[in-house]
Design a binder for this molecule. Sequence first.
Ligand code: V47
Length: 361
Amino acid sequence: MDLSEMVAKVEDGIRLNEAEALSLLQSSDLLAVGELAAKANRRLHGDKVYFNLNRHINYTNLCVNNCAFCAFRREKGEAGGYALTLEEVAVRAAEAAAAGATEVHVVGGLHPDLPLDFYERMLRTIRDAGPRLHIKAFTAVELQHFAAISDRPLDEVIDRLQTAGLQSLPGGGAEVFAERARRQLCPEKISGARWLKTMRTVHRAGLRSNATMLFGHLETLEERVDHLTRLRSLQDETGGFQAFVALPFQDVGTRLKGVRGPGGVDILKTLAVARLFLDNIPHIKAYWVMLGVKLAQVALAFGVNDLDGTVVEEQIGHQAGAASPQALSRRGLVRLIHRAGRTPVERDSLYRELKRERGGC
Ligand code: V47
């Protein structure tokens, strides 16, 4: 397919179709695809690059599912398994607040025993420990688990969690929606259709969320495009996704033996195509934990306008071999963005710009 046709479409703000997205992913002209995505990004965000001051809290790695790509998960009773107590969660939230964070990002495995009431208490604990922290918590997969263990409808679960302090959702657990790949990757996990349906309910409840795609393992390029297409359709309907986060597969210690994660070219091209194809999702995030700090910086020239945050403590990517540090400081993030020739902008969890005199994390 002719790239110049797509250049004209992007310049006129005309939506790309699936065949075009596929041909961009297949293109060997990385820089041309990147420049096009950078142009689309510039039109939306100028030279601003967003980041936030946040802390991730992975409250447990015990999980009743056993996804082949996951090196984080442990079986109940297995060495290395843990579940944070509410006191331990409170300490982390208080530390985050004291360090100037504006958000906690709280996700975990599907714990075999904890009741719904535990998750409500965890949210209240965080709210008490850091009343000004925005609580972004629980993937669509966790929400469905809570509905199943409590035998309550999803609407009610969401309502109870919102009452306890839930303010938005991260985008994890989406993996790739295609049934073929999912059967091999995560047969016990809710289906892609269910993930999307859950997010529809979340958005209708007035909550914003992100959307992820775990890529560079067993999926085909067609399946990547299918994933993006399903996200774009739901976004047309709800408008509830704030950011798309492409998660390159980390390949150490998982059960996908012999499967190597994607290389830098594939990662950059996938982010660029996401920017071009997802014309209705405002932000494209390069999660530096999974990309590595330097590739995340380069991704800013490939359609990316968000670097996530300070993170502080991360388990899921690092257990699977991510070579990035555990944390970045505010200064480190600002320097990284400046050195890419762009303007760093600290945001809150709903992408409102924040002005800070000094400091924080
Ligand atoms: O849901 C698991 C993925 C996700 C591996 O929404 C893996 O702002 C790569 O969703 N290699 C958790 N990825 C992380 C996540 C996230 C991170 C940062 C920001 C946001 C956001 C969301 O990580 C899981 C799963 O899809 N994952 N194992 C792995 N081996």
